[in-house]
Design a binder for this molecule. Structure first.
Ligand code: XMP
Length: 510
């Protein structure tokens, strides 16, 4: 039977990170809301439970709380931050509110002779982020960690295998935090670490084969990582019963259409349909300058093109969606999952006949999806592609979109990407691209006056794309990029670098 760690969500901002850290130890983890019932937990049969942090205070009205029978199940529990306070309160300890919030990296003194901190130094830097704190230990608990200002920064009932830490072991700001998670999952819960991607791929293919048999499956390929991996998985399972429709809206980056065609177009086991719809999209986008309008038009048009191609195929049994785990989790506590829409705007096609949706990646995080892609033999470049918005380059051309502007942007963006890779920054920078502004300015080239476009470069480092810092690309690299773009791309005579973080700016310009 599969080993599982159940993560009980009290609303903390790092919950997905906890699940990822556990999976990095090759143990499957699942996030569930704190409203989960005991019978559901028993059905999951977790080897261990982690209570997440959360913004609430344990004494506030309607403070999140789960069924206290959870402490009777004989399953090891690790409470983090609010999760620790919840455990303290539930088991007879006390929690108080400090006058000042403690936030930042602190030195924590750990009792490293207990299983949770095995292999760690006594002094360890940890991220603290709390106002409430445990002021009295629950019955039969001992103190296992402290800081200068927080006397009980960790506690444990070794016999019952209940642990609590006030700091956040799941974030990188806590040194050796992943070791703490590993200790809990492996030493305390006894997981062996059997969750591996090659097994996932084998099992998923078998499962899909069994389910789909010789029925027909349809997949919309966007050129992105998720839909490519989903399509590849399906093709391994059902072969030529899969049809992939790739709508080329003309708004992809330079080289991407060719890459998709190379990956799927030449395979004998996939029915691949490429629709050249660039003219249709550009016509619809003519004179449109409002970013939201652009998004809406592209989303709707995409669905229309997809529908009209799909109609030619008649009834299909399954429609593939590249939904991944963060989409499922972000759809909200206790709510059923929202189906990922094409380009996040258009929703599902209404006029395609299909019986059921199949989402083969819905249990996986992005990095796991990439590993599955590699297992299936997709190219490293495709699988490690940076995120790209559904509306494509349309929202990176400020103002009206024309064919000429598209060519300018594609060429400039390609040079930027090429240089970032060449200088080995592509691993550290999470998203980088060029934006064609609608500002023209005066320049001089040779002896000639020019009056041409200003291009902006954007590069950010981020964990979750909700917040981001602009990347500190060295000046000499920026200089090389700027020189190359102005020399090699017609109609750009000025390059600027965007030095705003998110917030207050967003990553995309539109
Ligand atoms: P922002 O600009 O909101 O972007 O800071 C955050 C992340 O989301 C991507 N993005 C989109 N992705 N459809 C998408 O599929 C969209 O309409 C869209 N808008 C932004 C953006 O590239 C970044 O990774």
């Amino acid at each position: 039977m599969e080993e599982k760690i159940l993560i009980i969500d009290f609303g903390g901002q790092y919950n997905q990170l906890i699940a990822r850290r556990v999976r990095e130890k090759n143990v499957y983890s699942e996030i569930r809301p704190y409203t989960i019932t005991i019978s559901e937990i028993k059905k999951i049969k977790p080897k261990g439970i982690i209570f997440t942090g959360g913004p609430a205070s344990i004494y506030q009205e309607n403070a999140p709380s789960c069924d206290l029978e959870i402490f009777e199940l004989g399953i090891p529990i690790l409470g983090i931050c609010y999760g620790m306070q919840f455990m303290a309160e539930a088991l007879g300890g006390e929690v108080q509110r400090a006058t000042k919030r403690e936030y930042g990296q602190m030195e924590v003194e750990l009792q490293n002779n207990i299983p949770l901190f095995k292999g760690l130094e006594v002094k360890n830097i940890c991220l603290m982020s709390h106002t409430d704190y445990v002021s009295k230990l629950p019955v039969d608990f001992l103190k296992i960690a402290k800081t200068k200002t927080c006397e009980i920064a960790g506690f444990a009932n070794l016999e019952k295998k209940f642990y609590g830490v006030q700091f956040h072991p799941e974030v990188n700001h806590t040194k050796n935090g992943e070791k703490i998670i590993e200790n809990f999952v492996k030493n305390i819960c006894g997981c062996k670490g059997l969750w591996k991607m090659d097994m996932f791929v084998k099992n998923k293919i078998l499962e899909l084969k069994e389910k789909i048999k010789d029925q027909k499956v349809l997949c919309a390929l966007s050129g992105g990582v998720d839909s490519s991996v989903a399509a590849s998985l399906l093709s391994s399972a059902v072969g030529s019963n899969l049809t992939c429709i790739f709508v080329d809206h003309g708004l992809l980056r330079k080289g991407e259409v060719e890459e998709v065609v190379k990956t799927f177009g030449n395979r004998e086991d996939v029915n691949f349909i490429k629709v050249d719809a660039k003219d249709r999209f550009l016509e619809k986008l003519k004179d449109v300058t409002d970013p939201e309008k652009k998004r809406k038009i592209i989303g709707e048009e995409f669905i229309r093109v997809f529908e009209s191609e799909a109609k030619k195929l008649g009834t299909v049994d399954y429609l593939v969606q590249g939904t991944i785990y963060p989409d499922v989790v972000e759809s909200g506590i206790g709510k059923s999952s929202v189906i990922k829409s094409h380009h996040n705007v258009g929703g599902l096609p209404e006029h395609v006949d299909f019986k059921e949706i199949v989402e083969p990646l819905r249990d996986l995080f992005k990095d796991e999806v990439r590993q599955v892609g590699i297992e299936l033999g997709l190219s490293f470049d495709l699988v490690n592609r940076q995120p790209f918005p559904g509306p494509g380059l349309a929202i990176r051309i400020i103002g009206e979109i024309t064919e000429e502007k598209l060519t300018i942007l594609k060429d400039a963006d390609y040079i930027f990407r090429e240089e970032i890779k060449k200088h080995n920054f592509d691993k550290d920078i999470n998203q980088y691209f060029a934006v064609l502004t609608n500002i023209k300015s005066v320049g001089v080239m040779g002896d000639e006056r020019t009056y041409d476009y200003m291009l902006a470069l954007r590069a950010v480092t981020t964990d979750d794309f909700m917040t981001a810092n602009f990347s500190k690309i060295p000046y000499d690299v920026l200089e090389i990029i700027s020189k190359r773009i102005v020399n090699e791309v017609n109609h750009i005579n000025r390059v600027v670098y965007d030095i705003t973080s998110k917030p207050p700016a967003t990553i995309e310009w539109e």
